[in-house]
Write a new protein. Structure first.
Length: 160
């Protein structure tokens, strides 16, 4: 079994857990149950923590640390599409389905988005309902709204 490491941050009263293998970050979220066999190692997790905090503090708009992502073929396709949504912008589930050339697979796309193991890093918070309504987010709708507000506020601060 591959060894993995974890740490957490506290932001706006919420505890966010993150974990990585030697290959890269594989989990960011609120659920620590999946990390029971992880080795708590703040030093090994330092670069990931710095990037998460820089993003959450509005000091950075992207992530450059390696990730160790797994999933079904469809999930990986959807995750790649999510990574292409520009900072400060949103897309609908329908637009993501069309982007991956599966226009009739909107529900499957929604299910894949719901399985995103890397909240914030793979920006599923940027996906909204076709009416503009904020829909499900494993971090909770208040967190999704806060992330969108953060990006909306900071989008004009980064001219590139």
């Amino acid at each position: 079994m591959e060894k993995f490491y974890d740490d957490s941050i506290q932001i706006a009263g919420e505890k966010i857990y993150f974990a990585a293998t030697d290959k890269g970050l594989f989990y960011v979220g609120k659920n620590e149950e999946n990390l029971q066999s992880a080795t708590h190692d703040p030093e090994k997790m330092r670069k990931y923590k710095a990037e998460l905090l820089a993003y959450l503090n509005g000091e950075s708009i992207n992530f450059t640390s390696p990730i160790d992502l797994s999933g079904t073929a469809l999930q990986l396709e959807v995750f790649e599409a999510l990574k292409k949504i520009p900072y400060g912008e949103t897309r609908t589930y329908t637009e993501i389905a069309a982007q991956i050339n599966r226009p009739k697979a909107v529900r499957a796309v929604g299910t894949a988005i719901g399985k995103n193991p890397l909240l914030v890093v793979i920006p599923c918070h940027r996906v909204i309902g076709k009416t503009g309504k904020l829909t499900g987010y494993s971090g909770g709708i208040p967190m999704k709204q806060a992330l969108l507000n953060l990006e909306k506020t900071n989008v004009n601060q980064f001219p590139f």
